[in-house]
Design a protein around this ligand. Sequence first.
Ligand code: NAD
Length: 501
Amino acid sequence: MTETVESRPSAELVGAGDQPQLYLGGQWVDPHSTETLEVFSPATGERVGSVPLADDTDVNTAVEIARTVFTSGVWRDRTPADRAAVLNRAADLINERMGDISALVSAEMGATPTDVATLQGLPATGVLQGYAAAATDFPWEELRTGMFGETLVTREAIGVVGAIIAWNVPLFLLANKFGPALAAGCSIVLKPAPETPLNANLLAQIFTEAGVPEGVISVVPGGVTAGQTLVDHPDVDKITFTGSTAAGRAIAARCGDALKRCSLELGGKSAAIVLDDVDLESNIFMLVFSAGLINAGQACVAQTRVLVPRSRHDEIVSAMVETAKTFVPGLPTAEGTMLGPLITAKQRDKVEGYVAKGKEEGATPALEGGRPDGLESGFYVTPTIFTGVTNDMTIAREEIFGPVISVIAYDTVDEAIEIANDSDYGLAGSIWTSDVERGVEIAKQVRTGTLGINWYAIDPASPFGGFKNSGIGRENGREGLESYLEHKSILMPMGYMTPQA
Ligand code: NAD
């Protein structure tokens, strides 16, 4: 029996509590596994709930369901307009229930419900609508006239998709996997991050309610083992992964071995280039926010290397420090909270290790963060802003994934571009200037996937993804949809003319 969100027992936090079953193919089923995955709030340490920890048999069952339904054609043979309508309905339902969804995501990963709604919910519904629009306008079939006459070029669903995601923006990441896979006509097995599995079940039910047929979507909560089983399954045609560069490299190697299609959204160490003509007062909050404090610094697109002209260095650093001090840490449910916890004690230790490393290598903290008083039950660290950073220091080269910003001084714009490009990563970036055209010219010279002028955001209808170690492939809009498709060329007999519609 398929349960809808409304028919589940009402609880204070919808989707929380102990979930004894797995959501496979749009139905609640008993797991084969006898182990559970416990979910705790990173803000308070309180238990939020549990789900079954999917074992190999459970993952295999999910893939079998996905394969059977893909072969049946029940979803892939629907018209693209029908599939688009289901995605738009899912976006509407998510919007209607944003209160419940953001409360659950907040309990699992620690951001305030308002931040979840704006930084994850808005882009999630945006990408669903973007994929719906892309599917509606897409040239699914095209007749080309080539050297032998006519060839019919078709685009077809890639098949069964295995999706593996991180915990930092789980609502947005789920939408960016379900959206393109469903728009293309694929079936999909999602392995959420072990830290945030509850919202994945809640959202999968919403997609079922929006009209995704039985069998098309499954959720297999688990960690690395479940992920590897999914990657290695011969009936999975494509892996789409969002997570760290290290895990992405391991997954890509396994996919390479099996010649499996694979797209990767990985880490970043992006640069914000502040130009000498920046209007500091208007832009300082957004600069500090997108540089390092967004989502407590746990953002792949964080621009944690802030490149500032030496002529305005002190003034910019002092404005950054004053702004960072306004990011008040607190419980996600407390009024006025600007900074949530880090996801785990391990992540907090790692961030503190980078702060120590920065000092050891000669950087100077203009603001030094630490564990705030009164929040000892959570994994909180307040912001650090380093000055005197050179681009060869560890803090300038490695992704920290916490509220730590490195300010690097430059003398010429060419030098700033060189520093921005001197990175193993290339995911995001920004230019801060009063001359937008000048900003665009500089943006064109930075080897990175997305940039903002005087702000940063992800446009749901434009390609998003990384250069270099930040990934392979693009998500969002038409480019995102294309990576879930195979192209086929059907050559017509020589001299044959297809009747015009
Ligand atoms: P992670 O790589 O440790 O884990 C991500 C997911 O992959 C989890 O579900 C995990 O269980 C699974 N996993 C890990 N190793 C695996 C393996 N060998 N085989 C199969 N599955 C495996 O990353 P994380 O710490 O959870 O997330 C933070 C990272 O994600 C950061 O590097 C961040 O930049 C990146 N990220 C990137 C984007 C993007 O769009 N580019 C978005 C969000 C997060």
